[in-house]
Design a protein around this ligand. Structure first.
Ligand code: NAG
Ligand code: NAG
Ligand code: NAG
Ligand code: NAG
Length: 595
């Protein structure tokens, strides 16, 4: 009878695995192809920062940098690849032609060489940007005849493009610059507009396109169907496609603004939104409509010059989607001003227990995705350019949330490169905020990334408990969040510390993962604390468990009352092999006879 037990257990396990695979994972072929693309690119781009971040599932829990994914028949497929401005060299990776769901490909502004690989005629590509590379060969051919292609940019390449203009937009039979505004300007004298002959061949291509479009109607319908499906997903911040802020991060270099420009943008410092150690923060709007936060150091202040320079230097070099980017600065009339994109959802602190928390409770999956985002931002800092950068003031009020609730770590005023051998590590004064301070750093003044890890552990506890790190209005034994939470966690009583607002709204296993990470982070001895990369991995696991759990629960409910394989049901094994009641057992194939 042990055999029967095993069969049932195996069946249940198999069901769970099947469900997980079918509802969550990225399509296996896609994974293989993108992995090949990665290897092909890595060959000549060993030091590429982007490729180093490409690990794990390409779409989950968050797409790899530069990728966008969509759900198709319950699996994720890659629909967009943007590697513009990534200093990549070598030939174009031939495997990209095997990404059969790819709609947008942007490889502009790199140093790619060689010829363009041949995409299959079944390609669903709508937009291809290859401009500003060193590509050679012939552009007229299969690429221009792809059925769905509406935008093709290839300016500033030594390509032989015959009599095509440097960019081609075919959506309404019009040609021109379209989206590729800056492309080909250096060759503008050579620009030749499509003549009658090219127009004729274009017409043939369109006819070809239309007939193919009919053939592929089915495919298109599938794509549309899944566009509808995608919407519920995008509510969840982690699945959101790269936000506007990310695009700004990549394409805009830091600008120098005039004081007049700043005054117009902020309407003469009308709306004060914050007050920091450095100075006041005002809200403003740039002429192009972008909302910004403007950090102003007052002319009379003697403090903060160093913080200003530090932030300016670091932020002009450091760019990551989970770090607040610097848009520009102004140094005029002794005024020191830094301009950032405005983060419309405020700070994590405010959302957890500030004024904003009273308007709307931050649910557990969102908290988890914010924790993961912030951890990734810090990982990037800690591994930045061989010498790592230590933030030194990690706290929930420095984790900002953009319009899609994606986390951005802010305030690099006190950040420092980690001391290397030969540097005197003790010359640095202790920085940070009460409640978040690493006890070891405080006593030894030895700076390391593990101090940020401690502070991040405190942030995790805030996320779990919804409490501030220090509050002397609470009973004496609850003043310090760390000291209060530790014994509860050690005695496995996490319900005692979990925020009442999210009771019942979390998966216990996911919560436990986060609690365990938090406990490891706040170890008094830094050597016992994990590093940020390990923390990211743990939080990713927790995130996947949390999301799979909710998917799994939904699918159980949709079985429509049939609870034949209910896990809770105790399996009663009779002592003697008498006929069993007609229940679950009879629905199974005959169990193997026990020996
Ligand atoms: C999605 O699934 C349906 C039926 O299960 C199938 O007919 C269709 O071809 C699939 N679409 C793709 C793009 O695989
Ligand atoms: C490709 O990326 C660059 C830089 O991000 C952008 O300027 C350009 O418009 C993109 N091309 C297309 C066709 O979207
Ligand atoms: C490029 O390809 C087109 C169409 O296949 C052809 O007419 C043209 O002669 C080719 N040009 C070169 C330089 O090979
Ligand atoms: C042509 O362009 C107009 C607006 O520019 C747009 O509404 C329309 O859908 C386009 N037609 C096609 C076939 O792309």
């Amino acid at each position: 009878m042990k055999g029967l037990d095993n069969v049932i257990v195996r069946l249940i396990t198999c069901c769970i695995i099947c469900l997980f695979l079918s509802t969550q994972s990225t399509c296996t072929e896609e994974v293989n192809v993108i992995t090949n693309v990665k290897h092909e690119l890595r060959e000549l781009n060993q030091d590429s920062e982007v490729l180093k971040t490409w690990s794990g599932d390409p779409c989950l829990p968050r797409p790899w940098h530069g990728l966008s994914c969509e759900l198709l028949n319950s699996t994720s497929v890659i629909t967009k690849l943007d590697l513009s401005f990534k200093s990549l060299t070598g030939p174009l990776p031939p495997s990209i032609t095997e990404l059969i769901h790819l709609k947008e490909l942007n490889l502009s502004n790199n140093r790619f060489t060689g010829t363009i690989p041949e995409f299959p005629a079944s390609s669903v590509l709508t937009s291809v940007d290859l401009s500003h590379n060193d590509l050679t060969g012939n552009i007229t051919g299969y690429l221009t005849s792809l059925p769905y292609l509406t935008t093709l940019c290839f300016g500033s390449n030594p390509l032989s493009s015959q009599n095509l203009p440097y960019s081609l937009s075919r959506s309404n039979l019009t040609t021109g610059n379209g989206k590729c505004s800056a492309q080909g300007s250096s060759h503008s004298s050579q620009r030749i507009w499509i003549g009658i002959a090219a127009g004729g061949s274009l017409f043939i291509m369109i006819v070809f396109g239309i007939s193919l479009a009919c053939l592929y109607k089915h495919k298109r319908m599938a794509l549309q169907k899944f566009d509808v499906k995608r919407h519920p997903m995008s509510k969840n911040a982690v699945y959101a496609v790269p936000s506007m802020d990310d695009i700004v991060t990549k394409s805009i270099s830091i600008q120098s603004f005039t004081l007049e420009y700043i005054e117009i943008a902020t309407e003469k410092y009308k709306t004060l939104i914050g007050e920091g150690g450095f100075g006041s923060v005002y809200r403003g709007t740039l002429p192009d409509g972008q909302e910004v936060a403007v950090k102003v150091r007052s002319a009379t202040s003697t403090q903060g010059t160093r913080e200003f320079d530090n932030e300016l230097n670091l932020l002009s070099a450091i760019r990551h989607e989970n770090l607040v980017p610097l848009l520009g600065f102004c140094c005029e009339n002794d005024q020191q001003i830094l301009v950032y994109p405005f983060m419309s959802n405020g700070s994590l602190q405010d959302r957890l227990y500030g004024a904003a928390s009273k308007r709307k409770i931050l649910d557990w999956p969102t908290r988890l995705s914010i924790a993961l985002g912030a951890a990734r931002g810090l990982t990037y800092l800690h591994t930045f350019s061989e010498r790592c950068v230590i933030h030194r003031d990690v706290k929930s009020s420095n984790i900002l949330l953009d319009h899609s609730m994606s986390a951005k770590v802010a305030d690099f005023g006190f950040s420092k490169y980690a001391p290397q051998e030969g540097d005197s590590g003790t010359s640095l004064e202790v920085r940070g905020t009460a409640g978040y301070l690493d006890p070891e750093y405080y006593s030894t003044q030895h700076l390391s990334t593990k101090s940020d890890v401690f502070s991040f552990g405190v942030v995790l506890l805030e996320i779990i408990s919804g409490r501030e790190p220090l509050n002397i209005k609470r009973p004496r034994n609850e003043w310090s969040l760390v000291e209060w939470a530790k014994p509860h966690i050690r005695n496995s009583r996490i319900e005692e510390i979990v925020d009442l607002n999210i009771k019942g709204g979390y998966h216990a296993e996911a919560m436990w993962r986060v609690v365990e990470v938090a406990l490891a982070c706040i170890e008094p001895y830094s050597a016992y604390r994990p590093c940020m990369a390990d923390i990211v991995r743990e939080l990713e696991d927790a995130f996947i468990i949390e999301n799979n759990a909710s998917e799994y629960m939904k699918s159980i409910e949709s079985f429509g009352g049939s609870r034949r394989y209910s896990i809770e049901r105790p399996i009663v094994i009779p002592q003697t092999p008498i006929p069993t009641e007609p229940s679950t057992v009879l629905m199974q194939p005959p169990p193997p006879q026990p020996r």
